[in-house]
Ligand binder design. Structure first.
Ligand SMILES: [Zn+2]
Length: 463
């Protein structure tokens, strides 16, 4: 049976995978600072005999490890960065480990260990059954901040792939056709002339006026862009005192859309607005690119195979203690809990999702840097039930479950889903071809060039 050896290996490695996830959870690290997480994953793989490429693609905490040879080449993409302000103990009430500290409020501590479980299982099943093909695991830093996958792509990553799989903890077991918006960010810096605001205002040229006029222009732009466009800004510098005409002011913009061509169009129009604001005020504008990620194009062929595999794998069962723990967490978000239960069609007292939801078709206005990879090869970003069903992403409730048995069971389910999906592509080459045909069509009129920031500064490894 396809997957029999995969499941056996994942079960045998379970304790080690859990230890790795717990270690990453106990040491939550900011994007591009994931040194402990990166070492934890590399050491686990090296112990298993893998040659790990550290600092892959020029990104210090990124990793690459592979098994097998030839086609198809299937990528397993994990993340491990944490979030600020979400420090949380593994208890079912809000109690941070460090007040205001970092925490795994998106469950990323589970992603790399889950993929490593899949990789180890695939290695054993491929060896025993003499299956052709290559499995590549990548640890991808900084998903939450600068979008590390774009940085890895500019360093040569992902070009080798035929298929990319990205499992993420979520509320439901659910594959996805959804599109997610891409996101890009710029800092517009205006330079004017300082003067006494009461005595010599005629000598001043206000950089703050330019920022305000730019924001007015951008707000008028909203009416004339497609409905999927999102534009948000904050003024990061508006001068220092009302009696001084500000000679410097800056505004940070993020803009999103479901299509990269729309994003590029909005970028050009915002530039015209910034130039216009500078012209009107006699100031000068410089733009600093902050970087971003592409919209996610989930490949339907890949999503269908994932859906079938989710329904085929043995799933972990939630214990009464785990259900009671999740109930306490859901009680902190009663309205959202009821809404999620209704959406899933589950029994009214459901605390943790059981079963498999129909494939998600709704557009999502969040963003993920898996979008970059989805513009390079057929890709899918899919979720495994892990969160107390009412908890939102980026919350202390998620951080609470990500470091204990609920998160670990989800991680094991994820390893099985990902592993079985990879096995289907290894043994059914026509599925790879079908996915590639769909990918080719989805890329007509689109191309890929990473949205890299002007400045990329990586922290050095702590001594
Ligand atoms: Zn996430």
């Amino acid at each position: 049976m396809l997957g029999d050896i995969l499941y056996k290996t994942i079960d045998e490695k379970r304790e080690e995978l859990m230890r790795a996830a717990r270690k990453i959870w106990e040491n939550p690290e900011q994007g591009n600072h994931e040194f402990i997480a990166s070492d934890t994953c590399a050491e686990l793989l090296e112990k298993e005999g893998f040659a790990v490429e550290r600092g892959y693609g020029g990104v210090p905490t990124a990793l690459r490890a592979s098994y097998g040879s030839g086609n198809p080449v299937i990528g397993l993409l994990g993340e491990f960065d944490a979030l600020p302000g979400l420090s949380q103990k593994d208890v079912c009430y809000k109690e941070p480990v460090v007040e205001g500290g970092w925490g795994h409020g998106c469950g990323h501590c589970l992603m790399c260990p889950s993929d490593i479980g899949a990789l180890l299982g695939l290695r054993d099943e491929m060896k025993a059954k003499n299956l052709p093909g290559t499995i590549v695991f990548y640890a991808c830093p900084a998903e939450e901040t600068v979008g590390g996958k774009g940085a890895m792509a500019s360093g040569g990553a992902f070009k080798e792939l035929d298929i990319a799989l990205c499992w993420h903890p979520g509320k439901y077991n659910r594959s996805s056709y959804s599109r997610l918006t891409g996101s890009n960010g710029h800092l517009y810096k205006f330079y004017g002339k300082a003067a006494h605001a009461a005595c010599d205002p005629h000598l001043g040229r206000s950089a703050l006026d330019a920022v305000e006029l730019m924001d007015i222009g951008a707000n008028y732009l909203r009416e004339h862009v497609p409905p999927d466009v999102r534009i948000h800004y904050c003024i990061t510098n508006g001068g220092s005192a009302p009696n001084v005409v500000p000679d410097f002011a800056a505004v940070k913009y993020t803009f999103r859309a479901m299509d990269i061509n729309t994003m590029n169009d909005v970028e050009e129009r915002l530039q015209n607005i910034a130039d216009g604001a500078a012209l009107m005020t006699g100031t000068r504008v410089d733009v600093e690119k902050l970087g971003g990620c592409y919209p996610v194009l989930n490949n339907h062929v890949v999503a269908d195979v994932i859906d079938e595999c989710m329904r085929a794998i043995p799933m972990e069962e939630w214990s009464p203690e785990e259900i009671a723990y999740a109930k306490k967490l859901n009680e902190t978000v009663p309205e959202e809990w009821k809404r999620c239960v209704a959406l899933s069609g589950s029994a009214p007292d459901t605390q943790l999702h059981v079963g498999v939801m129909p494939i998600d078709r709704d557009d999502d206005f969040g963003s993920s840097d898996i979008g970059d990879v989805s513009h390079m090869c057929p890709s899918c970003f899919y979720k495994g039930a892990c969160f107390p069903i009412g908890a939102s992403y980026h919350s202390w409730q998620v951080a609470a479950v990500a470091g204990m048995s609920i998160g670990f069971k989800s991680m094991i389910n994820g390893a099985r889903m990902t592993g079985l999906t990879a096995l289907r592509f290894l043994t059914e080459p026509e599925l790879v071809e079908k996915a590639k045909e769909e990918f080719k069509k989805s890329m007509v009129g689109r191309s890929y060039e990473p949205l890299m920031p002007d400045k990329v500064e990586y922290p050095s490894r702590p001594q």
